[in-house]
Design a protein around this ligand. Structure first.
Ligand code: NAP
Length: 241
């Protein structure tokens, strides 16, 4: 049986593992940072490989025939490491990236290239719904007059900045839930990464409905030279050779 490594941590990676289950020997890899992660079907390994050289050695030891990078669009280091390890080991690599979000009628998103640039766009009196992950909090610590509700799956490393309230939760979210949250905390700015996918789009619908300002952090470019697909079906067809 063909041996396929899926670099995961996303809903698409789990869907791909399910699609390939029984057709290939699939190993799904998770970073191992989220407590109690959603697990794909089949074999799972957790934790970093030790950079590109570590991954290349692991691919050889496990006799992997093909590798799909189905990590989150913002998991830059893992994607770069996969590209480099593929070059070193000769194991073919495909990147599966769900499409980014698109503005609909009534939207006027402000796009930025980095979290640091987001901080520069915030000002006194802003009440911010921050959904960019627990590791982004230090960027917003102590911004004068800015209050943030930061939603994340796991708690951030302490100390939590004084202007931040943390809400632990995990999608999928509903429009009703997002509307209620925005109203309860009187939020007027939504800050999000362009993650794409359907699990967390309700916040964008709610922001549109309630007229929130939306600041969208653009995706980093994928590693050069890696073939990219945006559906699980395409990745499954490729992985089967
Ligand atoms: P990252 O910064 O690109 O990766 C940092 C290091 O973590 C990598 O160099 C690698 O360590 C290890 N790593 C990352 N993903 C791994 C995987 N699937 N399997 C084994 N090791 C992995 O990644 P990140 O942004 O921290 O994201 C970590 C994981 O969470 C990813 O799997 C991603 O799909 C998922 N995720 C990320 C986000 C996000 O916004 N970034 C959102 C949702 C889910 P070594 O160099 O030692 O191999």
């Amino acid at each position: 049986m063909r041996r396929v490594l899926i670099l995961g941590g996303t809903a698409e990676a789990r869907a791909l593992a399910a699609e390939l289950h029984g057709r290939c020997h699939v190993v799904s890899s998770l970073a191992g940072r989220v407590t109690n992660p959603r697990l794909p079907v089949g074999e799972v390994r957790e934790g970093g490989f030790g950079g590109p050289a570590g991954l290349a050695a692991w691919l050889a030891a496990e006799r992997i025939d093909a590798m799909v990078d189905a990590t989150h669009p913002f998991a830059v280091r893992m994607s770069a490491s996969a590209a480099e390890a593929s070059g070193v080991s000769g194991v073919p690599l495909l990147a599966l990236r769900r499409p980014g979000w698109r503005e609909g009628p009534g939207d006027a998103w402000e796009r930025t290239g980095s979290l640091r640039a987001v901080a520069d766009l915030l000002g006194h009196g802003d009440r911010v719904f921050l959904t960019t992950g627990r590791r982004s909090l230090p960027v917003f610590a102590g911004l004068p007059g800015v209050w943030l509700l930061a939603r994340s799956v796991d708690p951030p490393e302490p100390p939590v900045p004084g202007n931040v309230r943390v809400l632990l939760d995990r999608g999928p979210y509903t429009l009703e839930g997002e509307l209620a949250l925005i109203r309860e905390h009187r939020l007027d700015v939504l800050v999000t990464k362009d993650s794409g996918g359907s699990m967390t789009t309700a916040k964008l619908d709610a922001a549109r409905e309630l007229g929130l300002r939306v600041i969208m952090v653009d995706r980093p470019p994928p590693p050069a030279g890696v073939r990219l697909v945006d559906t699980v079906a395409e990745a499954a067809a490729w992985a089967q050779g």
